[in-house]
Design a protein around this ligand. Structure first.
Ligand code: IPE
Ligand code: IPE
Ligand code: MG
Length: 241
């Protein structure tokens, strides 16, 4: 349990399943991609609001391992938006003191996107006001399976004893190795499911399901989700204080 997390009214780490771009667009007779485009604006708003609200880490679910089953045109549209965001926003993120990191398997991504990701990570490495973790081609099960594979390889090569594999060792083999667990997971668009997001890491997270579609998620909606969190009592299996 992170220090003071039982009594702290503001979550240090908020993770968001940014859902509802397609429905936002469909409701307006627009193409789904227009919803994704407006979703990028919502990302900028939330990133900007985090330091004001005392949030230190923000994890954003941008593309899941299952999203490859969408039509090729939507996937390539999303990839174009990632490129644009990484190119256009890097300087501003540096200026705002934001450190950006990525989680997920990068191998299937286009080489130029991988290069942009590395470049943004390198440019923003000194950011101390907020850490933004972007999950691209991320799946909770894939994360866990990869960690198991890495630990198994260490055992097979004699670098680690099987008995050494405890929760801390397992956590350290995940993509999120040096990121604390999320205190709050928000999912927009009214859907109430985890969709293979941080399965291991969200073990004791609070969940807030916001009714807004992601492109409509603004500062006020964010404040409402944070205040819902503030009213929760986190017990971590113990008794109420
Ligand atoms: C979330 O919005 C963005 C991604 C999954 C990339 P959706 O595209 O899932 O929008 P809906 O859920 O179809 O409305
Ligand atoms: C979860 O949303 C993934 C992201 C937001 C990137 P989906 O829209 O893909 O999830 P399902 O299919 O509704 O469960
Ligand atoms: Mg969706």
């Amino acid at each position: 349990m992170p220090d003071g997390s039982r009594t702290r009214p503001t979550p240090r780490h908020v993770a968001i399943v940014m859902d509802g771009n397609g429905r936002w667009a469909a409701n307006r007779g627009l193409a789904r991609l227009e919803g994704h485009r407006r979703g990028a604006d919502a990302v900028r708003r939330v990133v900007e609001a985090c330091p004001d609200f005392g949030v230190e880490t923000l994890t954003l679910f941008a593309f899941s391992t299952e999203n490859w089953s969408r039509p090729p045109s939507e996937i390539s549209g999303l990839m174009t938006l990632f490129r644009r965001y990484l190119r256009r926003d890097a300087a501003e993120l540096v200026e705002k003191g934001v450190r950006v990191r990525f989680i997920g398997d990068r191998a299937p991504l286009a080489p130029d996107i991988r290069a942009l990701m590395e470049s943004v990570e390198a440019q923003t490495v000194g950011g101390e006001r907020l850490t933004v973790v972007i999950a691209i081609n991320y799946g909770g099960r894939a994360d866990i399976a990869r960690a198991a594979r890495r630990l198994a390889a260490e055992v097979a090569s004699g670098r680690r004893a099987a008995d050494d594999i405890d929760e801390a060792a397992f956590g350290a083999a995940l993509f999120t190795a040096d990121v604390a667990d999320p205190d709050l997971v928000i999912r927009t668009s009214g859907e109430q499911r985890i969709s293979n997001f941080l399965l291991w890491q969200a073990a004791y997270a609070e969940f807030v399901f916001a009714p807004e579609f992601w492109p409509d998620f603004d500062r006020d909606a964010f404040a409402r989700a944070l205040s819902a969190y503030g009213a929760r009592e986190r017990r971590f299996g113990a008794l109420a204080e």
